[in-house]
Design a binder for this molecule. Sequence first.
Ligand SMILES: Nc1ncnc2c1ncn2[C@@H]1O[C@H](COP(=O)(O)OP(=O)(O)O)[C@@H](O)[C@H]1O
Ligand SMILES: [Mg+2]
Length: 295
Amino acid sequence: MTKVIAIINQKGGVGKTTTAINLAASLAVAERKTLIIDFDPQGNASTGLGLDPEVYRGATIYQALVGQKRLEEVLCKTELPDLYIAPSDTNLSGAEVELVNELAREHKLKNTISSMRDKFHYILIDCPPSLGLLTINALTASDSYLVPLQCEYFALEGLSQLQSTVQLIQQALNPALRQEGILLTMYDSRNNLAKQVRDEVEAHFGGSVFKTVIPRNVRLSEAPSHGKPVLLYDIESKGSLTYLSVAKELIQKHIKGNQAANFSIQTTQMDSQIVEKPIIHSPPPLPHHAEVSPS
Ligand SMILES: Nc1ncnc2c1ncn2[C@@H]1O[C@H](COP(=O)(O)OP(=O)(O)O)[C@@H](O)[C@H]1O
Ligand SMILES: [Mg+2]
């Protein structure tokens, strides 16, 4: 069964995109077919994975969202065979305005990704730093949401607003939406304040906090400028090991939720459904657009 997870926090710079890229890459190396939906007009997940904006110009999640293209037509391959991305650019910021008068405007992304639901184990949605229509679309399309939280003084500020938004979505648009967990990011163990924030969050939210804490790690911040997830940039770095550990927690949780049997069946089905276009550009600029056959 596919699990769709929105990565949300209305604050910028808390590690949403870093988590989307590196958690997705970690799931992919664990042989879970994974799709990142870059749902932030800044397009950081797309460029952070080494995509050239010229390659996906006119074929982004925006065109899929407004019905100009099928989602299959905008997917891009990455350096990891099991990791795909639907890229994004500044066009997406127009969607927020354009969709306002549309019928079922909150369901646009849900409808857009429905054709991919049985083709990936995980779909991670990298959200913009706001609780606007794009994030509402992401939460309506998702099974769960994951909140990266930076270990700093104002970390908890805004969490209650985030929770009330989630509650409204659960009541009106997506009753099945669950919390995947809070992921503490940029943790510096030498900093007493970070320790206090960690203790406070763990006391407050207990079981819904990931056991793995992401440390502040320079490799994590360097990797996007090389267009790579950290595990292809420095596999032995703390950043790499901790995101692998988050992926393990996530997979174990879902296996416990009795989805283990489904995973193997779905993998076989997906492999036979995904037909990749012959590679046109050689040698790479990676990644190339990939075409996924309709189901
Ligand atoms: N654990 C970390 N250690 C060091 N730098 C990090 C870490 N996580 C994120 N960063 C850096 O912090 C900045 C903001 O992270 P980002 O993931 O883009 O946040 P968001 O998507 O929430 O705006 C980026 O420059 C990123 O490289
Ligand atoms: Mg971001």
